[in-house]
Design a protein around this ligand. Structure first.
Ligand SMILES: NC(=O)c1ccc[n+]([C@@H]2O[C@H](COP(=O)([O-])OP(=O)(O)OC[C@H]3O[C@@H](n4cnc5c(N)ncnc54)[C@H](OP(=O)(O)O)[C@@H]3O)[C@@H](O)[C@H]2O)c1
Length: 503
């Protein structure tokens, strides 16, 4: 078996080192990379945060949470051998002294750990700091790439909260770092199954010839969450489901499903195609917002276990009478020869019956001439569906029709299943491993480029504008634990479609 090469020797500097993301995802991801022997021997991490700690106290703090978050794959022996490479610096992100201290600390660590001066700056901070930190790194000389050494910046989502703020953020970042140094992370793209969509499409001779409007009737992309707003109320009540999920996760999935084959596996070749397809989506006119976009907010209801769940407006820290949407469904049309006339339905929401992310490709009906005079009518013959499950139970299934044994010509839909874990086992992963590894290796394929981010916001901005001009009058309009508002079903029914019952 071929094993991947180790990362180049480098130091990762995490801003927001005592925050939730660092503890739950980034440190476990670095641990998994270390356990797979993918980190260079010359590697170190510096955490920066305002919490009052020294490096030893930070190591103790990480040790206390690591076992919890790494779970059954945690090995104390491995942890103890790696943890001396973690350092801590107390500092304010907005204080210039933090950056002069950081520069000195990096030089010291380069000597101690034999690292050559390659630095990855990870902004695990609230978004208001992204531009500020980038600019201070630049002023202190830490953004400059010299003598073959690299300086990279990972920026977490959200990348703006509308088109204007996204453009402003890109402009700010570009004043300090060049585009090739900026890695905008969307952890959805770190998931194996998402990457596998490209392999499935372009690595199999049977798939691509029928991946077009001649054979595909419509596409559904679902990102369903069973949880409510949890502890993100202050952010979520301002953002809502559209900003939180659509320009990033849902459009990332759509662009991989709908893009043209890139001419190579080069990062820019792939990202060019992804941006191109986003730009080919028919823009929303105000009239289309009324007919092609549905918003919803959950009322009280109950989950599958029969537990009562409160209405969104009754959740802690949600504004009284909040009009924030917790559900979105969209119908998109892509103006390319490949996708002419094929609707792409996207939906995402909170407090739906299940946590589930999947893409359903519904193929056109077979002509069924041979069944004309039989017991089966055309509409009773289920269409073929390809279901790509991103989470949980990662895999792909193909639904097709088979003859029910017996003398009557009866058909039944059956499933051909591929489960990722059956073939490849369960590899411990937070979804961040591949992304951090790729960034250290300089591979930007799975990261968003500035034009890709802006193309996503350009698409949703007219919807946000209409929704803010016409506040929803029917909220709440779906029960917690249901599949969303009736209007989302009507959106498909108008074209004779219905949401896949599979989730
Ligand atoms: N958490 C997730 O699962 C997740 C998932 C996807 C994306 N993200 C994104 O990742 C980023 C970080 O999220 P998070 O949940 O980890 O946030 P967080 O828990 O608030 O972490 C931020 C850390 O930065 C510290 N901090 C804030 N202001 C500072 C300052 N001026 N100087 C020094 N330290 C300061 C905070 O300290 P205090 O606690 O004292 O404020 C906190 O320890 C956000 O952009 C978020 O949108 C997070």
């Amino acid at each position: 078996m071929t094993t991947a090469a180790k990362t180049p020797p480098s130091v990762i500097v995490i801003f927001g080192a005592a925050g939730d993301l660092t503890g739950r995802k980034l440190v476990p991801a670095l641990y998994h990379l270390a356990s797979q022997e993918l980190l260079a021997n010359e590697f170190a991490m510096i955490g920066i945060d305002r919490a009052d700690m020294d490096s030893q106290a930070y190591r103790d703090y990480l040790s206390a949470s690591a076992e919890d978050h790494i779970g059954k794959h945690f090995s104390d022996e491995l942890w103890q051998s790696k943890i001396p490479r973690a350092y801590y610096m107390q500092g304010d992100f907005l204080d210039d002294k933090t950056y002069t201290d950081l520069k000195k600390k990096l030089l010291k660590i380069d000597k101690e750990q034999n690292t050559p001066g390659n630095y990855l700056f990870y902004l695990a901070t609230p978004p208001r700091f992204f531009g500020e930190i980038a600019q201070r790194l630049k002023s202190s000389g830490l953004a400059e790439e010299e003598n073959g050494l690299w300086r990279r910046l990972i920026v977490e989502k959200p990348f703006g909260n509308d088109l204007q703020s996204a453009q402003e953020l890109n402009r700010n970042l570009h004043q300090s770092f060049q585009e090739h140094q900026i890695y905008r992370i969307d952890h959805y793209l770190g998931k194996e199954t998402v990457q596998n969509i490209m392999t499935y499409r372009f690595g199999n001779g049977t798939v691509e010839p029928i991946w077009n409007h001649h054979y595909i009737d419509h596409v559904q992309i679902t990102v369903a969450e069973s949880l409510g707003v949890e502890n993100r109320a202050s952010y979520y009540d301002h953002a809502g489901a559209m900003r939180d999920m659509v320009p990033n996760h849902l459009l990332a999935l759509l662009s991989i499903i709908a893009m043209e084959p890139p001419n190579s596996f080069n990062a820019d070749a792939i990202r060019d195609e992804q941006t191109k397809v986003l730009k080919c989506i028919q823009p929303f006119s105000p009239e289309m917002v009324l007919t092609h976009a549905v918003r919803g907010q959950y009322d009280e209801g109950q989950n599958e276990q029969g537990d009562r769940m409160p209405a969104y407006r009754d959740e802690p820290d949600i504004a009284d009478g909040s009009n924030t949407e917790t559900y979105v469904a969209l119908k998109l049309m892509i103006d390319t020869w490949r996708w002419a006339g094929v609707p792409f339905y996207l939906r995402t929401g909170k407090r739906l019956p299940k946590r589930c992310t999947e893409v359903v490709i519904q193929y056109r009906h077979a002509p069924n001439m041979m069944f004309r005079d039989a017991l089966v009518k055309r509409n009773n013959v289920a269409p073929n569906r390809l279901v790509i499950r991103i989470q949980p139970n990662e895999g792909i299934s193909l639904q097709f029709n088979a003859k029910v044994p017996g003398t009557l010509p009866r058909l039944s839909t059956v499933n051909m299943e591929f489960n990722y874990s059956d073939y490849f086992g369960d590899k411990p992963s937070t979804g961040y491993e591949t992304l951090i590894y790729d960034c250290m290796c300089g591979d930007a394929t799975l990261f968003k480029r500035a034009d890709n981010i802006e193309a996503g916001w350009e698409l949703v901005q007219p919807i946000l504008d209409v929704w803010s001009a016409l506040p929803a009058r029917t909220f709440p309009n779906y029960a917690a634990g249901s599949w969303g508002p009736q209007k989302a079903d009507d959106l498909l029914a108008k074209a004779g479609h219905q949401w896949s019952t599979h989730p």
